[in-house]
Design a protein around this ligand. Sequence first.
Ligand SMILES: [Fe+2]
Ligand SMILES: [Fe+2]
Length: 331
Amino acid sequence: MTGVARPEGSAGPVPGGAHPPVPPMPRFFEGHIRSAVGRRRGAVTTDIDSLIRRSGRLEVDDIDFGAFGRHPLDADTLRCLRYMHDVEGHTACYLRDVLATRAHRDPQVTAFLACWCYEEHWHGEALAQVLAAHGEPAGRSRLAASRRRLPRRDAFRPVAFTLASALTPHIVAVHMTWGAVNEWATQAGYGRLAAKARHPVLSELLRRIMRQEGRHIDFYALGARQRLADSATARRLTRFALRRYWAPVGAGVMPESELRFLVAHLFADGEGRAATQRIDRLVGRLPGLEGLHLAEAAVDRLACRPSTQTASPVERSMYQNRQEKEQRHAC
Ligand SMILES: [Fe+2]
Ligand SMILES: [Fe+2]
């Protein structure tokens, strides 16, 4: 933390002004994730109203994007930022799928989703400015190209979501929980990127984005906790859906090679592993979701094993040898 007296990951205002000085080191991002699960139930509605009222466009007018011309980011950081830009820009498409479910019947959920989509749009725009400062394509032209590359099955997602929603009223619990996991992972990803890039302007920009992601976490985690606590069926269904289908944000939208690179770059080292363990602990505190270890399993799967599609024969053979060795040691 920066020494600022507020809770870890808090979405609330920073004491001492809206734009505190840039911290010398981005270590305060570590451990910047938090759960909203400990709140009093009586305060839930007020909290959600407050979250919605505080939503808004990301403030970047005082960010010195020209600094990237003088001190450019390294290639690995830019590669991660391209991924994050494209995924933030895909939010409206995720919203399309969610609104195809009975989530659209809940005015509190739709009020939040409207604000959520707006904020995520401006996260993408801010990242576009960083890419543009490096002479890279960004913004609408890049997003249009990304959407043209979507697989054909993407067109059927709203139908699948509508059908799932017709089969069970607990689809909203699944959505809330899924959203919480994704927001935790997103916030952790930004924190790890800031820590690795060590660029003060990027750190400040990501700090502001992370604060808004903290509000998204609060909403989704509160909604998830309420719904999971209320129904054993919701707990069973959500646990099954996460264990069977969850993958890091952007999977299925971004090329697998980019997903693997991002996961390996941000989460495969010691501090990255610690971040994934924090995500897993937060998920595990939701009712019925203990012991899933989604984030760590994803790192194992994506960062430590070559893809059968993308790995070279040498990589595949190395992986098989390593597995055989591990199995021998396990015996
Ligand atoms: Fe975002
Ligand atoms: Fe978010």
